[in-house]
Design a protein around this ligand. Structure first.
Ligand SMILES: Cc1cc2nc3c(=O)[nH]c(=O)nc-3n(C[C@H](O)[C@H](O)[C@H](O)COP(=O)(O)O)c2cc1C
Length: 321
């Protein structure tokens, strides 16, 4: 399961895993290294063992301060984690401007300097989640050389560049040209929305050792299971029942977080951007829901959609961020 900040936090991971299967490991959305000298306990809440009972999770960290990174890794080790993932993919301009996330990718020398400081001091293994570059996918050729010089547990590759955010074509030709040079185990992340798109990517990248599902899993929570079936089934009323149970389970989890009802409504709308894709006429459904500002009216409309709207064929569920 890909880390999707605002979506795949512990509440979602727990609710999802009570109703669906096929995911072997989950990566937490990033924990940002604090501006001050201490990281706050609140930042760790999402990866506390009690919030992730029975789940296999790799915590992810965002930042570019080596000593804080190591300090946090020690805390993660105390919590029982054996691997930490470093986010070198986040494209947000406010993050990238500070040479964090994908904003670090155009500076391979700085990346080396940070890895030289971090790796010898790290008490647990390091994996990295990267894009091909920030401005240009050809940045990846230099980055592969850097990654090859360090002991990494694995590299997760989202083959876009920072300035694309989550849109536009992936640079698969660049990945084709560079991937043979990579010495590490690597995991593909990007645009897997159905069994067919997974099979095409698996054929193109036989050296990938893992496959990460993100937005596609929100648009079809059965995706991980369906990938290993001989064919994608048509959506049925049994699927609908499971989706409804999952939806209300997730809503309960989100309610337990103690948000105001307005914040709660905002959160539901965020999820419905993707959940609308469970159904036919997804764009109209989302449009209608997004204009409902009374929590009761929203819940009534959501319930009507969940029980009555025809399910969309699984292979047709395109996702946008
Ligand atoms: C809303 C959103 C939040 C994301 N948050 C994170 C994050 O916290 N850490 C990270 O490494 N990637 C994050 N990503 C990137 C995803 O993990 C993934 O690499 C990307 O969406 C491509 O895969 P997909 O097409 O399967 O979603 C995020 C993507 C989206 C759309």
């Amino acid at each position: 399961m890909a880390p999707l900040q605002g979506f795949t936090e512990a509440e979602f991971r727990r609710a999802w895993s009570r109703h669906f299967s096929g995911i072997h490991q989950m990566m937490s959305p990033f924990i940002a290294l604090a501006e001050g000298s201490r990281f706050r306990q609140q930042h760790l809440r999402d990866v506390l063992p009690e919030a992730n009972a029975g789940l296999s999770v790799i915590p992810q960290v965002l930042g570019n301060d080596a000593s804080k990174f190591v300090l946090l890794a020690h805390r993660l080790q105390e919590l029982g984690y054996a691997t930490v993932n470093w986010n070198l993919g986040c494209p947000k301009p406010s993050v990238a401007r500070k040479k964090r996330g994908s904003g670090l990718l155009p500076f391979p020398d700085l990346l080396r300097q940070l890895l030289d400081e971090i790796i010898p001091a790290l008490p647990i293994k390091l994996s990295i989640k990267t894009r091909l570059g920030y401005h240009n996918p050809d940045e990846f050729f230099d980055l592969v050389e850097v990654y090859n010089d360090y002991p990494l547990q694995s590299l997760v590759i989202h083959p876009r560049i920072g300035v694309q955010m989550y849109e536009g074509e992936m640079y698969l030709e660049t990945l084709d040209a560079a991937i043979g040079k990579l010495k590490h185990d690597w995991i593909f992340s990007g645009d897997i929305t159905c069994r067919e798109s997974f099979l095409a990517l698996r054929k193109r990248y036989p050296t990938a050792t893992g496959w990460m599902l993100g937005r596609g899993l929100l648009a079809n929570p059965f995706l991980a299971e369906q990938i290993s079936l001989p064919a994608t089934p048509p959506p049925s009323e049994t699927h609908r029942e499971i989706l409804i149970e999952f939806y209300y389970d997730l809503m309960q989890e989100l309610m337990d977080k103690g948000r105001s009802s307005l914040a709660q409504l905002g959160k539901k709308k965020d999820y419905w951007w993707y959940f609308a894709r469970w159904f036919t006429d997804a764009d109209q459904i989302f449009h209608r829901l997004s204009h409902l500002n009374d929590p009761h009216a929203f819940d009534a409309e959501a319930s009507r959609i969940l029980t009555q709207q025809p399910l969309a064929p699984f292979a047709s569920r395109k996702v946008r961020s």
